[in-house]
Design a protein around this ligand. Structure first.
Ligand code: NAD
Length: 261
């Protein structure tokens, strides 16, 4: 389905992004993996993805707090695959849990940089390739926190609400260029990001881990199940697939019918 396409997925070294990049490669796209970690290990992961799916896969590093590194990552990806970049999944994210009154300023800046500003920098750098290619798909991993708020996650909620606004704006700007831009808004997915939050929230609220899972995280998720990252990857594939051209500017919930979203 995606043979000949080139996809860059930020934050694809673990969690949701890793499922997404595997799915895109499985559908035939050449892929660029991005995220933090040991470059040798991540390059090995790329070799495995490439051989499993019979595509090309590279590791394209960048600290998403540094716009110059982001621009280099996008250029490196496009240069590697013949000045081409068709699919951009802005997926990387971090979390920090604290009441506003105690929220460290540097943590605020980090969350906004990684969860929001990086999507602007990647998109700006990727758009010329999509314009030249006459086709593009930009998919931002939002969150149900793009639609509603939870206490103690002010930076994350602000960044994800910002992603919703950025998605709708970019979709309008490129609507006539055969480029779509959507946000996927998952409920809770049991990845490293959430495993860390369970401990942080237990500490901030002074409650046991089990209560954080059942009474806080999954309180408004009636299925009482974490979202499966494979379901998110399947939605990404659909948004890149043959019947996707009118899906644009949307914030698509995938949250077990979150009752507050
Ligand atoms: P994860 O911790 O497994 O993955 C995060 C990725 O971002 C990793 O690849 C990491 O290396 C990368 N990253 C973090 N900081 C970076 C930096 N400064 N520079 C470069 N890369 C950096 O988390 P996940 O749960 O898979 O989250 C992926 C996305 O999904 C995030 O945007 C997150 O906000 C969103 N999301 C997650 C959940 C959930 O419940 N897990 C729910 C809704 C939305």
């Amino acid at each position: 389905m995606l043979a000949g396409k080139v996809a860059l997925v930020t934050g694809s070294t673990s969690g949701i992004g890793l499922e997404v990049i595997r799915a895109l490669a499985g559908a035939g796209a050449n892929v660029a993996m991005h995220g933090l970690g040991d470059p040798a290990k991540l390059t090995d992961m790329c070799h495995k993805i490439a051989s499993d799916a019979s595509v090309k896969a590279i590791y394209a590093p960048a600290d998403l707090k540094k716009p110059a590194e982001i621009r280099s990552m996008v250029k490196h990806t496009a240069d590697t695959f013949g000045s081409k970049l068709d699919i951009l999944v802005n997926n990387a994210g971090i979390q920090f849990v604290s009441p506003v009154a105690d929220f460290p300023e540097d943590k605020w800046d980090d969350v906004i940089a990684v969860c929001l500003s990086s999507a602007f920098h990647t998109s700006k750098a990727a758009l010329p390739y999509m314009m030249t290619g006459g086709w593009g798909r930009i998919i931002n991993t939002g969150s149900m926190h793009a639609l509603v708020a939870s206490p103690y996650k002010s930076a994350y909620n602000a960044a994800k609400h910002g992603i919703a606004g950025f998605t709708k704006t970019l979709a309008l700007e490129v609507a006539k260029n055969n480029i779509t831009c959507n946000a996927i808004c998952p409920g809770y997915v049991l990845t490293d990001l959430v495993k860390n939050q369970i401990d942080d929230t237990a500490r901030v609220r002074n409650i046991p881990r089990e209560s954080v899972i059942n009474d806080v995280l999954l309180a408004d998720q009636p299925t009482k199940q974490f979202v499966d990252p494979k379901d998110i990857a399947a939605l990404v594939l659909h948004l890149c697939g043959p019947h996707s051209s009118s899906f644009t500017g949307a914030c698509l919930s995938i949250d077990g019918e979150c009752t507050v979203c």
